[in-house]
Design a protein around this ligand. Sequence first.
Ligand code: ATP
Length: 234
Amino acid sequence: MAEPLLRVRGLNAWYGESHALHGVDLDILPGETVTLVGRNGVGKTTTLRAIMGIIPRRTGEIRFDGRDMIRVPLHRTAHHGIGFVPEERAIFSSLTVEENLLLPPVVAPGGMEIAEIYRLFPNLEERRASPGTKLSGGEQQMLAIARILRSGVKLMLLDEPTEGLAPVIVQRIGEILTTLKARGMTVLLVEQNFRFAAKVADRFYLMDHGQVLDGFPVSELPARMAQLTETLGV
Ligand code: ATP
C-alpha cells in the first residue's frame, strides 16, 4: 500500500479548557478525496482546523508528506503544502476577484498560473474586476478554492463547500473537484450533502464525540445509507 500523504494519530485539540478532539485517527493516500461525516458538533471542522494549526492547542501525530506537523505553526502550514478553505470562505470583500486570487503567496512548486485558474473557472474570469462584496455564494466558494490552487498546495481541507448553494452550482463544484483530482490533488472534505460527496469521495470517515468511529469506501455508501441516516439524523 502507498504511504499516506496525511497520517493522523491520536489527535487531541482544545478550545481553551474545552476538549474538542479525543484522539482522531485517519489516513489519506496521495490523490484521494476523503469525506468526514457526522452529526453537528462532533468535531469535523475542528479536525480540519487542528490539522491546519488554526487551533494551537493540539497533541498527537500529524504526519504530512513525511514531515511531523504537530509543532508547525499556522503561518508555516501552507508552506508545507496544506491549504484550508473555511466554511465562511473568507473572501476579502473590498478586493476584486483578481486581487483575491493574487493575494496569497505561491508557497510551493506546482501551483496554477492565473490563466490556468481562469480556464478552470471561466465565471471568475468574467468577474475578475468585481469586488468580493458583489459575488454570489457560489462565486465566493469558487474563488476560495481557486485562491488555494495558485499557492501550490498538495492537500486541500474543504469545509462544507456546498452549503447554501443552488444545485447547479453544487454540480459545478463537483466537476471542479473531479478535475482537480485528475490532476493529483488530495482533498479532505467535510460535507453533509451525501449525494455530492458520493460523486467526489473515494472514502468516508464517520466521526462522533471528537473521534473517528469508522471508515468505509464509497462503494459501501448505498448499503450504509440507512445506518448513516439514523446515526446522523439527516
Ligand atoms: P458543525 O457541522 O456543527 O460545525 P462539527 O462536527 O464541525 O459540527 P465542530 O465545529 O468541530 O463540529 O465542533 C466540535 C466541538 O467544539 C463542539 O462541541 C463545539 O461546540 C466546540 N467548538 C467549536 N468551535 C469552538 C470555539 N471557537 N470555541 C469553543 N468551542 C468550540
